[in-house]
Design a protein around this ligand. Structure first.
Ligand code: CP
Ligand code: NVA
Length: 308
């Protein structure tokens, strides 16, 4: 059966833990090598990854491209707008055609339903590279980064501050799998999806909802922010106004534990969701977080091919 990677909630805790262990091991194994060098024992020689983008990307695009190269495979980058998909060819036909040419598909899509349909009709692995509903590869990289800097995830309290968006949803998916406590501080207008919250709680996660950023940040190990206006959001002015009080600044960081860290998946908007002094300060882990996209996605690719 084809093994896709669509959401963290679809995977077992053991598989997720193995993916992170493999990512750490692969990162350590290639220390000192040029970034373009193939891994010492490449796991996916000959594998061709097609990367389809309906939206912009820097990190996801470059890290997946380097990931498959380091694993011994290769990639092609496709803009959905330039494919017949952009002129209305069905996702089902596209999935079946792509399955005859390439070995795996990575898809960044506006609508999560496109991802589900692609996976349903493709007989090769399909990987979620961000949808309107989730961003699982990002959260695995975030968790890998926290393991490096903080150790056991199950002992941590993470505070998400701002928009209850796609990235927040993947933290909700991860919370019951890894056992960290998750506080979400979002305004009512941009609160996380109730079903997503309900699923996390039903799966045993320790989730706290609030509209009070100070309450969420108090004593937390990690404070996390994301853009107030995600790709595809139409109501930018309204979002910026409503979410302004949810900016992560030095005063908010001071309420967290003294050794608390700051995460942001990037791209960031200094002066909007986060103060420059925080994101560019000593508590910020943003570039480790970005680097770990590469290592974790190598492990995700191996997982899809039964090699993790
Ligand atoms: N964090 C992230 O997914 O970045 P890109 O949009 O640049 O891929
Ligand atoms: N929430 C953001 C994440 C970007 C990586 C967006 O969807 O635009």
């Amino acid at each position: 059966m084809t093994r896709h990677f669509l959401d963290i909630s679809d995977c077992s805790a053991t598989d997720l833990s193995n993916i992170l262990d493999d990512a750490h091991a692969m990162k350590a194994a290639r220390a000192g090598l040029p970034k373009g060098a193939i891994d010492p024992s490449p796991a996916l020689p000959g594998i061709m990854l097609a990367m389809i983008f309906e939206k912009s990307s820097t990190r996801t695009r470059v890290s997946f491209d380097m990931a498959i190269r380091q694993l011994g495979g290769s990639s092609m980058v496709l803009s959905a707008a330039d494919m017949q998909l952009g002129r209305g060819e069905s996702v089902a036909d596209t999935a079946q055609v792509m399955s005859r040419y390439v070995d795996a598909i990575m898809l960044r899509t506006n609508n999560h339903s496109t991802l589900i349909e692609m996976a349903e009709y493709a007989d090769i692995p399909v990987i979620n590279a961000l949808s309107d509903a989730s961003h699982p590869c990002q959260i695995l990289a975030d968790l890998m980064t926290l393991q490096e800097h903080k150790g056991d995830l199950s002992q941590l309290t993470l505070a998400w501050v701002g928009d209850g968006n796609n990235v927040a949803n993947s933290f909700l998916h991860a919370a019951p799998k890894f056992g960290f406590a998750l506080r979400l501080a979002c305004p009512a207008a941009y609160a996380s999806d109730e079903d997503e919250v309900g699923c996390a709680i039903n799966a045993g996660a320790n989730i706290t909802l609030s509209t009070d950023v100070r309450e969420a940040a108090a004593g937390a190990d990690v404070i996390i922010a994301d853009t107030f206006v995600s790709m595809g959001d139409a109501d930018a002015a309204e979002r910026l106004a409503t979410l302004a009080p949810y900016q992560v600044d030095g005063a908010l960081m001071a309420l967290a534990k003294p050794d608390a860290t700051f995460l942001h998946c990037l791209p960031a908007h200094r002066g909007e969701e986060v103060e420059a002094a925080v994101i560019d300060g000593p508590q910020s882990l943003i570039f480790d977080e970005a680097e770990n996209r590469l290592h974790v996605q190598k492990a995700v690719l191996k997982y899809c091919f039964g090699k993790t």
